[in-house]
Design a protein around this ligand. Structure first.
Ligand SMILES: Nc1ncnc2c1ncn2[C@@H]1O[C@H](COP(=O)(O)OP(=O)(O)OP(=O)(O)O)[C@@H](O)[C@H]1O
Length: 266
């Protein structure tokens, strides 16, 4: 039962909490400290973007938040509970490469994670997959195979798949990096629309500072390896974000500040 106490607790529980998280790769004598002592909270419904010099540990952080890797130190909580393994009910993931199964249709690709749990009947799973494809603007493309879809459409399918189980958190690792500039901008707007509709908490990794400022409520800047959070920049631009804002003074100031941080950190 939802009492006032647990509703209040739910409101105050961060969607994601990192406490002193580290990641060390390799074995004795040959180790790489990729991430060191990272702590932060992400409030529910926020759009956070992670930037930093190449190799600073952005993907490593995301993999740990997704439960795909265990931290070497510290701990990660999603909705107040540790994440020790992938849990698509709590965390959806979208990678740079669409990584769709080529032998499955768009609808079957989205249905796939739902079929693993076998808790929903097939008709329900397909209805949910269709609903997600509709959400990402792919109604009418359910029966297409990945090779029949453009790069942007494949990433839309990936987003639909990441949202298949309606997780509160969506992690995105450079999801638009392989797309041409125009498609990338359109996808940014599409993602913001989906985010506004679904109210997910998003953590998004990118190398593009323009994309970072355009999308984020907050940009977290990481240092060069070992990756630590060296700056957290609130983006106070109004929403919806528009193309015109890109040339504005606030936008330029924020992008400059991030760039200066990255340049000194690299
Ligand atoms: N499985 C692994 N084994 C050993 N070292 C690894 C492994 N994965 C990552 N690393 C190293 O850890 C560091 C951080 O890698 P990671 O991919 O997390 O950084 P990144 O910031 O996402 O990089 P990029 O910006 O280039 O995508 C890098 O030096 C990388 O070489």
């Amino acid at each position: 039962m939802r009492t006032l106490a647990n509703v209040t607790e739910l409101r105050t529980t961060p969607a994601i909490r990192l406490e002193g998280v580290g990641q060390i790769y390799g074995a004795a004598g040959d180790t790489v400290v990729a991430v060191e002592d990272v702590s932060f909270d992400v409030e529910p419904g926020k759009f956070v973007v992670l930037v930093g010099p190449s190799g600073c540990g952005k993907s490593s952080l995301l993999m740990m938040m997704a439960g795909l890797r265990h931290p070497s130190g510290g701990r990660i909580l999603v909705e107040g509970k540790p994440i020790d393994e992938p849990d698509p009910d709590r965390v959806g993931v979208v990678f740079q490469e669409a990584s769709l199964f080529p032998w499955l249709t768009a609808e079957q690709n989205v249905e796939f994670p739902l079929s693993l749990k076998r808790t929903l009947p097939k008709t329900e799973r397909l209805a949910r997959a269709r609903e997600r494809l509709d959400l990402v603007g792919l109604a009418g493309f359910e029966a297409r195979y990945p090779h029949e879809l453009s790069g942007g459409m494949k990433q839309r399918v990936s987003i639909a798949r990441g949202l298949a189980q309606d997780p509160p958190v969506l992690l995105m690792d450079e999801p638009f990096a392989a797309l041409d500039e125009q498609t990338r901008m359109t996808m940014g707007d599409e993602l913001l629309r989906i985010w506004a509709e679904t109210k997910k908490t998003v953590v998004f990794v990118t190398h593009s500072l323009t994309e970072a400022v355009y999308l984020a409520d907050e940009v977290m800047v990481m240092s060069a390896r070992p990756g630590r959070i060296i700056d957290r920049i609130k983006v106070d631009l109004p929403r919806p974000r528009t193309y015109e804002m890109l040339g504005g003074e606030i936008f330029g100031r924020l992008r400059d500040r991030i760039w200066r941080q990255i340049r000194t950190a690299a």
